[in-house]
Design a protein around this ligand. Structure first.
Ligand SMILES: [Cu+2]
Length: 504
């Protein structure tokens, strides 16, 4: 269940309901959420180096990132081959009003660079030994490799036991690794929209929450097998159901990250097909230069997933919205009903601050990393070198019957330099997204049968009872060190569904 203990919600939700009538800004959740139907807010861009702070919002007390005096997390733009330098200051309070899995949150924090093929050792993407208590700071210098796939990544905090609450509070932001236009030159000159999906919480029996449910057209009928009441709706860049200006026939480049700790988005734009360019930051052309795009009607984004696509403005007179369809999370899952995420505004005036965000032409060569069908077939024939079993009971969540503890030794050691066949098995009655740090994997088989159209991802959903065959890309020695893999429903991760891996 997703109910939140903070009492401030009542006050903020009431003011939201009031504001929806008056059309003024209101305090809601972690920050000011403009009223429904306002234009999509563009987060600020920043290049390395930068200073980011973890703070408690003075009104709500909730965790937040502070950047240049504002609580809007910036979009970090880096190029392959660059060093990403971040000074991260923990300015949160020593005592928290929020509740984490083991009692009151301690407000410890750090950063994870989700999807980047970088070192898991300090001062890089180290979520195990790098940890800042209130008053402490961390200095990150992350070497982005030259062959890092160009696409959409994200940063979020990763303190085991507190990840869920901090991510729910909105301590996350987008990272763009520049250069995706090398794979799809047609992206050059297109208006880029970055959409960061986070959460606004609902409270049962609360009038303002009912209004929010109505505002996003959430059906009152049960969706799938999950019981209970919906606990969340999506926000986009901090706004409930914003308007996205796009002219009829205009092509735009939409880059969407699902930064919710536990809501799935099965994204669709009414009857419009979208032209997918990348999934989880990985351009489709990176492994298959002859097929850099694919037309899709909808795409399932698990928590932490990213989707990048060319969207075409529908004909004038059409009503079109970006929606999430009902996701059946299973009998033990939390409800994940359909809702409207944003509306396409075909006649709205474009804001004047439209930036040309596609990367400038540079001297770097386009990187391709094909994996031949023979190599895939060869890996298919071998038994899985490692099997990840997801299980759960009333006491917690487990990988291979083990509940994660920070003092654990690595559960598995692998030698870098190779592609390796892994299997992930979901033995529970709810869905879970599997994620591993530092690498992407090819999802190439389901229940032992080859998938006709396999995709490279860094976070993949598992249906109840399902087993997936993955080809892990452990080829690059840059990942050497101790890292983790886990369920990306962050409450499950906090409750033990995580394990360490040693890359040798
Ligand atoms: Cu899970």
């Amino acid at each position: 269940m997703n109910t939140h203990p903070l009492s401030h919600f009542m006050r903020t939700s009431v003011s939201l309901a009031f504001a929806m009538t008056l059309g003024v800004e209101v305090l809601f959740a972690q920050a000011i959420i403009p009223p429904i139907g306002t234009p999509l807010q563009e987060p600020p861009d920043v290049r390395t180096p930068l200073v980011l702070s973890a703070v408690n919002d003075p009104t709500s007390g909730r965790g937040a990132f502070s950047f240049k005096g504002s609580e809007i997390p910036p979009v970090i733009r880096v190029s392959p081959g660059q060093k990403l330098r971040i000074t991260y200051l923990n300015r949160m309070k020593t005592s928290s009003g929020e509740v984490c899995v083991d009692g009151p949150c301690m407000n410890m924090t750090n950063l994870h660079f989700h999807g980047l093929h970088v070192s898991p050792e300090s001062p890089q993407d180290d979520v195990l030994s790098m940890m800042a208590m209130p008053g402490e700071s961390l200095r990150y210098t992350v070497d982005i490799p030259f062959d890092q796939p160009s696409g959409l990544y994200w940063y979020h905090t990763h303190p085991h036991g507190e990840s869920y609450q901090q991510d729910l509070d909105g301590m996350s932001g987008a990272i763009v690794v520049e250069g995706i236009d090398r794979y799809v030159p047609g992206l050059r000159g297109l208006k880029e929209q970055i959409l960061i999906l986070r959460d606004a919480e609902l409270r049962q029996g609360d009038e303002a929450s009912s209004r929010l449910e109505a505002a996003v057209d959430m059906p009152q009928t049960i969706c799938g097998n999950a019981t209970g009441n919906p606990g969340r709706i999506f926000t986009v860049n901090g706004t409930v159901r914003p308007k996205i200006v796009i002219a009829p026939g205009e092509k735009q480049f939409w880059r969407i990250v699902n930064a919710s700790p536990d809501l799935y988005a099965d994204l669709t734009i009414d009857s419009e097909a979208m032209t997918m360019v990348a999934l989880d930051g990985m351009p489709l052309g990176y492994h298959d230069r002859n097929h850099p795009t694919e037309s899709v009607q909808h795409i399932l984004l698990a928590p932490a997933g990213r989707f990048e696509a060319i969207v075409t403005g529908p004909a004038l007179g059409t009503k079109a919205s970006l929606r999430s369809l009902c996701v059946d999370t299973g009998a033990d899952g939390d409800p994940n009903p359909a809702m409207v995420i944003a509306d396409l505004d075909l006649v709205g005036r474009r804001d004047v601050s439209t930036r040309s965000r596609s990367s400038a032409a540079d001297s770097q060569k386009t990187v391709y990393k094909p994996l031949s069908s023979e190599a895939i077939h060869d890996l298919e024939q071998r038994n899985a070198a490692f099997v990840v079993n997801f299980t759960e009971d009333k006491n917690g969540f487990y990988i291979n019957n083990k509940k994660y503890k920070p003092a654990d030794d690595p559960m598995v050691t692998v030698k870098t330099g190779n592609y390796i066949h892994w299997q992930v098995v979901n033995q529970t009655h709810e869905i879970h997204p599997f994620h591993i740090h530092q690498v992407h994997f090819l999802v190439y088989g389901k229940a032992g049968v080859a998938i006709s159209d396999p995709k490279w991802m860094d976070t993949v959903n598992l249906e109840p009872g399902e087993s997936l065959d993955l080809i892990m890309d452990f080829t690059d020695p840059i990942i050497r060190g101790i890292s983790v893999f886990h369920c990306h429903l962050l409450k499950h991760e906090d409750k033990g569904m995580m394990a360490k891996i040693r890359f040798e």
